[in-house]
Design a protein around this ligand. Sequence first.
Ligand code: URA
Length: 228
Amino acid sequence: MQLDRLLQSQGFGSRRQCRALVFSGRVSVRGVAAEDPSAAIAPEDLVFAVDGETWRYTEYATLMLHKPAGYECSRAPQHHASVLELLPVPLRARGVQPVGRLDQDTTGLLLLTDDGALNHRLSSPRHAVPKTYLATLKHTADGTLCERLLGGVQLHDEPAPIAALRCELLADTTLRIVICEGKYHQVKRMVAAAGNRVEALHREAVGDLVLPPDLAPGQWRWLHGVPG
Ligand code: URA
């Protein structure tokens, strides 16, 4: 692939901007300063640098973010900053998008990708990828809360009751709940329908992918396998 096109594919601007980056000596390829934007580069296992920052070529960018509270999962946020602002400019320029949505006050694991087919697959109801949440409850709960959630609760505007896949009360006001769908405010609405209220919500896992304990709020990491 031609170097200017390769840089463009990785989010470094238009082809013209990428040519200018190379001409101004800001790009190196496999540790060697690049001079010719038309040079043919093999993208396999390619490591390159722009302004001294190292990047690995990826056909698609898929990553996980520890979403902090106070960010919206939208490109055009209304009341808070967008989670996309937590990512470097080239990843935003590549068109990376959140996989599904977390509420602005929900924290935890958020996947993002510019691979439209992957995004569709992970968020489609047909694939029913389980999502694990830790909810802090307003009122002390007992086993009946889990019984109700596992048995199914009726949400407004839904044709049939929706049941949690798994549910566990970890403490009086701490609930771990696993759901397969991704409906608007689903956990908060299910818990409300079961007679309690969510005060705080944190996503621990998507499929078998668990939020790494050493990924601090606001930090992101490349994802090379796809959660199943
Ligand atoms: N359920 C909710 O209520 N909110 C989220 O952010 C995610 C799941």
